[in-house]
Design a protein around this ligand. Structure first.
Ligand SMILES: *Cc1c(COP(=O)(O)O)cnc(C)c1O
Length: 415
């Protein structure tokens, strides 16, 4: 796909289909539903199988022209080397862990991660992959956890639900020094607010379900190779994928072992919906970030609220990093009440925020964290993740800020 790299973020995305080999003049990439891809000459089919033809499709489990167009857009947004899309963010994350790590390897991960990612760490331990979770807001904790068999460090840019931001630059420098693969889940920030390549990430994870899709109507995930990691030094690349430029080895293994074999394939229909969402990413991120900041500031002044967690508040522990590196604070905001007994009543009194799990829909979503998404984790894990019993998580939507403020005013009165 050839699109002008000198155009700015959104201009590139909305012109990508038109400029990238349009079919019949279609200015949106068509939804390709064919599972099989046939060729006039069997030599051409062989070239696709053996990877000697550039591009080319054979069986839709490994991708279609529609999913490839979405992959090109994600790569463009992250300004990376290449991307692979998956049926969900979790399918992408599992592909990274299960195809790039093996028994006897060691993974250092953030103790502040998405609950289901944390749950996968338990599965990895059962498979003989050691996992150490640390407080990644200080790179010294990561340094202390590294061992000779550490292959990978995994962090989230803005952790859900506590909004902790790792020492992203410090960890990047450490990983580069030690030849360790640095994987950054950039779901909450999105490539519009922050590019993980700027802190040295080798692989970037995006749950497309969230910021990039942004309509709450399609699941998807993506892994982007930034091109910064030297795969020639990675011990777990199979001989079959140590072919051609070493830059492509990681993605080859992820596509064959992680997508083809494990089968977490994104449908062309979902890819089309997610690609439409990507076109409005910058507009939605600007809008929801501005509303979230206004709400965070208002909540911080309210006597019933004991703590507000939002990166763009000066009270946030990593505020200095956020101000310097993030374009805005994103839609994720958590707060705690002075009186924990009021937690459920306040949620119930709110009329606009929808009591639901999930993130980055066009509507504001609200959830009491300890009672729901972190219930299974138990009190000990919640304590290490900084999750109080009264913590309420908000995913701020596109509603007008005045309407949300008025609703919070009535809901918090008397709390
Ligand atoms: C939602 C989420 C995921 C998983 O994405 P799905 O598309 O729901 O599978 C991973 N990481 C983070 C930070 C998330 O918020």
């Amino acid at each position: 796909m050839t699109t002008p790299q000198n155009h700015s973020f959104t201009t590139q995305i909305v012109h990508a289909d038109r400029l990238g080999g349009a079919e019949q003049g279609a200015i949106h990439k068509p939804i390709h539903t064919s599972v099989q891809y046939g060729y006039e000459k069997v030599e051409d089919l062989i070239a696709v199988f053996q990877g000697t033809a550039k591009g080319g499709f054979n069986y839709a489990r490994q991708g279609t022209p529609t999913t490839a167009a979405l992959e090109a857009k994600i790569t463009q947004m992250e300004r990376g080397y290449g991307s692979i899309v998956f049926s969900t963010g979790m399918a992408g994350i599992c592909a990274v862990f299960l195809t790039l790590l093996k028994a006897g390897d060691h993974l250092v991960a953030s103790q502040f991660v998405f609950g289901n990612t944390n749950s996968v760490f338990g599965t990895l331990a059962d498979l003989g992959i050691e996992v150490t979770t640390v407080d990644v807001t200080d790179a010294a904790n990561v340094a202390a956890a590294l061992r000779p068999n550490t292959r990978m460090v995994f962090v989230e840019t803005i952790a859900n639900p506590g909004t902790q931001i790792p020492d992203l630059e410090g960890i990047g420098a450490l990983c580069q020094q030690r030849g360790v693969l640095y994987v950054v889940d950039n779901t909450v920030a999105s490539p519009y607010l922050f590019r993980a390549a700027t802190v040295g990430a080798g692989l970037v994870v995006n749950s497309l379900t969230k910021s990039i899709g942004g309509q709450g109507d399609a699941l998807g995930g993506a892994i982007t190779d930034t091109g910064l990691y030297d795969w020639s030094g990675y011990p777990n690349i199979f001989a079959a994928y140590r072919k051609g430029d070493a830059k492509g080895w990681g993605l080859q293994q992820l596509r064959k072992k992680g997508l083809r074999d494990m089968g977490g394939t994104l449908s062309s229909h979902a890819a089309h919906q997610l690609a439409l969402g990507a076109e409005t990413l910058s507009l939605r991120m600007d809008r929801t970030s501005a509303t979230a900041l206004a709400l965070a500031q208002w909540l911080e002044e309210h006597p019933a609220v004991s703590r507000v967690l939002y990166p763009m508040l000066p009270s946030h522990p990593q505020h200095a990093f956020a101000r310097k590196h993030l374009k805005a604070g994103s839609w994720l905001l958590s707060f705690e009440l002075r009186n924990p007994d009021q937690c459920l009543a306040v949620c119930n009194r709110l009329q606009l925020p929808i009591k639901a799990t999930g993130l980055a829909d066009t509507r504001t979503l609200i959830i009491p964290v300890a009672h729901t998404i972190f219930w299974e984790a138990g009190p000990a894990v919640r304590a290490t993740m900084g999750i109080a019993d009264s913590m309420i998580r908000l995913s701020v939507g596109l509603e007008e800020v005045e309407d949300l403020l008025a609703d919070f005013e009535q809901a918090l009165a008397g709390a």
